[in-house]
Structure formats: C-alpha cells, structure tokens
Write a protein that binds this ligand. Structure first.
Ligand code: TEU
Ligand code: CA
Length: 567
C-alpha cells in the first residue's frame, strides 16, 4: 500500500489557524499576542493538530490587520517581541507541532522602506519594486477596480504617476517582474526558515504576476465605474516561473509545507500549482466553496447556497487533485462562521449537532484539514449592533460607498452575514467577562454568546463540539483509509444528504451527512459499523436525523488494530 502513496507529514496532520490579534491577550492591552498563544499551547496540542498557521505577525500599521507589512523581519509591536516569537516556536516544536507563517508578498505596506524609497523619485533604485504608471488622459492607467477600494490605482503627485494596489491604498503591489524583488523575498523567506519555521501560507500568491501591458478589464463596471479584472491579474503564466524559482531558492532540501491562497483558481489551475511533477506548492486554498453564496457582483450580493452545487464543487476539487492534494477548510479569518452559514442556530442542540456535522463533512475528505480558531467550539457569527462595531476595512469601505448611494441598510445586512469581523472577534475561553480573552478592553467586541459557547464549558461537556473535534481528528489520524483513501461521491441526487466514501485496498469508510433540518431517507441501505456519530439515541440504518453525521466502516482492519492498541 505505502508504495502506491507518497506520504508526507503535511498530508497527515491537521492544521490549526490562529488569528493572533484575537486568540489570547497576555498583557491586558485588549489585543491578542504571541505570549498569549504560548500560554495556550497545551490547549492547542490537545486538539490533536500537527501544525499551527499564524496569520501575519510582522510589523504593520494594521490598515488590513497585518496584511500590510512594514517590516517582514520584525514582530508587530502589539504582538510582542522576536523573543516572544522564538518562545512560541520552541513551545510548538517541544510539543511536536510545526509553525506555518503567513507570507504576504503580492504587496507590502506603503510604509515599508522599499515603498518609502520607491515613491521618492522615478530614478530611485527601489522605483521598480512597485508598479508605477503614467495616467491616461489625467485618469488612472487602466480601469481596474480593487478588492477594497473603487480604483486599483492611487495617484502620487510627487512623481506625477500612479501606483497599483489590488487591495487597499496602503497595500501597493510589489513588481514581481523585477528579479531584485524576488531575490529580496527569497532571502527573507530563507532567514525565517533558518530561524526554524516549517513553512508558509502564501497570501494571494497567484496574483503576483499581472498581464503584460495591464490591459483594461472587460465586464460590467462597478457603480464607481471601475472593472474588477482577475482575468488580467490572477493565474498569469509567469506565476509558475516565480513559484518554481522560489522552490529552488527556498523549499528544496527543506522538510517544509508551502501552501498557496489562490483566489479565482479553478481546480485544474490549482492542480497546475500542486502537480507533483513540479510541486510548485504542496496545496492551495480553493475559493469555489467560499464563493458558493456570492452573486455575480461578488461576496456582498448574497444568494442562497444549494447542496447540489456544494457537492459538485467538492467532487470537482477532490477529483481534479487526485494526483495532488487538497486543503480542507470551511472557516478562516476572511469567512463567516460555517455553523451560521451552512448549519443551524434554531436551537443550541442543532447548533452543536450541525457544527459537528460540518466538521465531519469537510475534514474526512481527502486532504489536509485546516481548522480556524473557534471552529472547534462551533462559534457563530456576531450580532454586531451597528457599523461602529466593525473594524475591517473591507466592510467599512463597502459600507461607506453603499451608504453614499443610499444603500446603507442592504450593505449592513450583508456585513452581518458575511463581514470578516464575524470570524475575528475574540476567542471564547470562558463565560467570564470578555470571555477571559483579555483583562482589558477588547479591540473588537466579544460575542455575547460566549456565556454559552466557550472552551471551559466545552471541556466539561462530553457532548461538546470540542470533544467531538478531538475524536474526529484522532479517528482520521488513526486510519490510512481516511488519510489516503480515494474519494467517491454517493447519494449524488439526494436533496438533503452529502455523502461519500473513502476507499483504500478494499477498506471502506462511508461518510453520511444530513445537511438539512429534516429527517433524510437514504436511497440505499448503508451497512457497516458506526465508528463516529454526532448525536446519541436510536439509529436507523437508512434514516438520518436532521444534521446527523455518521461514519461507517466496513471490515477495516486498521480501526480494529488501532482501537485495540489505543484501548
Ligand atoms: O485574502 C485574499 C482575498 O481574496 C480576500 O480579499 C477575500 O476574497 C475576501 O477577504 C473575502 O471577503 C487575503 C487575506 O486572507 C485577507 O485577509 C487580506 O485582506 C487579503 O489577502 C489582502 O492581503
Ligand atoms: Ca496583548
């Protein structure tokens, strides 16, 4: 069996994503920090994860919460010191866990020394570290919209030119065509590797090459008259050249995990990045599932998601990456909480059951599970009171523009549903004040439901999402069938059930998830021993209770052996 499978630690472990600003505050300033994470290392280890992905911790003015880096090799003052970083890294390694850093090199902060120099003059040696162009007829060089602002260009009077920023004005895009930029980035990455980090999650890495000549985008313009043009800045051919160069310069010879965040990539394009022949990246984050409830005009146009589409997306990615490897996730710092989005809050019992079901549905697929902090508690979206509770510039900019068009209320409803702050409120440690996240004033409000949803309560509740997630990850780790088995969709036409099998050398696991609030009748009897279920009570072979998840196994000697060994 092993001969047919290319095993790797980063395929077998689960990864826990920590948003440091909101994980735990050790010094009472209301902002999470590295020392706070170190204080929680035993909790993190107790989840059964093999690695931690830290959102950016580098020096930053925090225009985009750390995704605007001012110094790639200094720690953000609010998060602590490099000594705090080393203590966290050593603490993770001492517990057999690895550390994955967030690498944001499509753009830097406009306060980065490179950009401060670059904007000084057209002949400055750093001028070409960024993308500067003359205007056209007194306006922007092209019609591109940015993710966060109407135009993707900002005029700089000092040199009478415009610079490109696909995100905020304080996030100028780096010019990856410039070999000096690439050399600086690779050297910086190698210094972090030499410090002991175990890999990188690379922010929007498929956007680092822009189309030759920066042509205007086609398609319907935004209300402000700009066109969002990923056809000209996503998955451009030079990205492969840069990633292969990066692998040679940084990854080769190292036992590391390097994953890419690749918005807009199709599963076929994703495979071109993770194809084992070149293995530019080990795996990528897909957006298809995260955009399942986005309308034509983007994330703020909320449309109902449907199960048939979810099934076809998952089957597409599982199939396309059969010879590659998938990241399994439904939660991160940019996305609303999955239990609010795909589960049920109709009752506390259904919140707990549907949160567990979503964990089974996602994390027993073929790939590496990425859990986002609080997912293991079934944390929910937040009842923000008004726009003044919001901190994320993506939401604030969207709201301001919508309000100017008289659409404030519709924008507010969209923010409540899909604003990124939903996932960024403080981790809920207890029912105490501020959920025991801080003894100070939290930088972002704490969800009032921390009185019920918190780590302390979950530890004392054997039926909590937390205990279930631990079981789920252990079950996966103990079974080569769940780690490396093939994926096959079953119950394809079922309107309520998402189900699939994982098979390896005649051993089969059947994963059954009723994603609806009604009892579901399976189309065929599903035999086998039930080794995991997200609820107690009588179980009928071909009926699934609302939001019930069930894992069946057929004569899989692995489980018997592992279970008897574990006792
Ligand atoms: O996100 C990239 C990205 O595509 C997001 O803008 C996403 O589409 C949007 O947030 C959905 O609401 C990465 C980081 O994860 C994000 O936090 C940063 O703001 C962004 O890049 C810029 O660095
Ligand atoms: Ca702090």
């Amino acid at each position: 069996m092993d001969a047919a499978i290319e095993k790797a630690w980063w395929k077998e472990c689960a990864v826990y994503q920590i948003y440091p600003r909101s994980f735990f505050d050790s010094n009472g300033d209301g902002v999470g920090d590295l020392a706070g994470i170190t204080q929680k290392l035993d909790y993190i280890a107790s989840l059964g994860v093999g690695a931690v992905w830290l959102n950016p911790v580098y020096d930053s003015p925090n225009d985009d919460m750390g995704y605007d880096i001012r110094n790639y090799e200094a720690i953000m003052q609010e998060f602590g010191t490099m000594a705090d970083f080393d203590a966290l890294l050593n603490g993770l390694h001492a517990r057999g866990m690895r550390l994955i850093m967030d690498l944001v090199v499509n753009h830097s902060s406009d306060e980065h020394a490179w950009f401060v120099e670059s904007r000084k003059s057209k002949d400055n040696r750093y001028r070409d570290f960024y993308i500067w162009r003359d205007g056209k007829d007194g306006a922007e060089p092209n019609n591109w919209a940015s993710f966060f602002t109407p135009s993707a260009w900002k005029y700089d009077a000092k040199t009478d030119q415009w610079y490109l920023h696909l995100f905020s004005e304080k996030q100028p895009d780096l010019n990856w065509r410039n070999p000096a930029v690439r050399a600086e980035v690779y050297a910086m990455m190698n210094r972090w590797f030499d410090r002991g980090v175990d890999g990188f999650r690379m922010d929007v890495i498929n956007l680092i090459a822009k189309a030759e000549g920066l042509p205007d985008g086609a398609g319907s313009p935004s209300p402000e008259g700009y066109v969002f043009a990923p056809a000209h800045f996503a998955d451009q051919p030079p990205v492969h050249d840069y990633l292969r160069e990066m692998r040679r310069a940084c990854f080769d010879g190292r036992d590391c995990m390097c994953v890419g965040e690749t918005p807009f990539s199709s599963s076929a394009t994703a495979f071109s990045y993770v194809d084992p022949v070149h293995r530019e990246l080990d795996m990528v984050f897909s957006f298809d599932l995260m955009d399942i409830d986005s309308g034509k005009s983007g994330k703020w146009e909320i449309v109902p998601w449907n199960l048939d589409r979810m099934k076809s997306i998952i089957e597409d990615w599982q199939t396309a990456l059969t010879d590659g490897w998938n990241i399994l996730f439904c939660s991160n710092h940019d996305q609303p909480r999955p239990v609010s989005r795909f589960g049920s809050l109709k009752s506390e019992a259904l919140r707990v059951r549907s949160a567990k079901m979503l964990g089974v549905a996602m994390h027993l697929l073929r790939g590496t599970p990425f859990l986002y902090q609080g997912e293991e508690l079934g944390m929910t979206n937040v009842p923000f009171r008004d726009i003044f509770d919001i901190r994320d510039l993506e939401s604030l900019n969207f709201y301001r523009l919508a309000a100017a068009r008289g659409e404030a209320e519709a924008a507010w409803q969209a923010i409540l549903h899909k604003g990124r702050d939903n996932a960024r409120v403080p981790m809920q440690w207890s029912a105490e004040q501020n959920a025991s996240f801080t003894t100070g004033t939290p930088w972002l409000m704490v969800n009032p439901n921390h009185d019920v949803i918190n780590v302390e309560a979950a530890e004392h509740d054997p039926d909590s999402v937390l205990h279930f997630y631990r079981k789920l990850l252990r079950l996966r780790a103990d079974s080569r069938t769940l780690l490396y088995g093939d994926f096959r969709l079953i119950e394809r036409e079922h309107a309520q059930v998402f189900a699939y099998t994982r098979m390896l050398e005649g051993k089969t696991c059947i994963i059954l998830c009723n994603m609806s609030e009604k009892t579901a009748r399976l189309t065929e009897q599903r035999g086998g021993e039930c080794i995991l279920r997200n609820m107690n009570g009588a179980m009928q072979a071909n009926l699934l209770e609302p939001f019930e998840a069930r894992v069946l196994v057929s004569d899989d000697a692995d489980f018997d052996k592992q279970r008897s060994e574990r006792g």
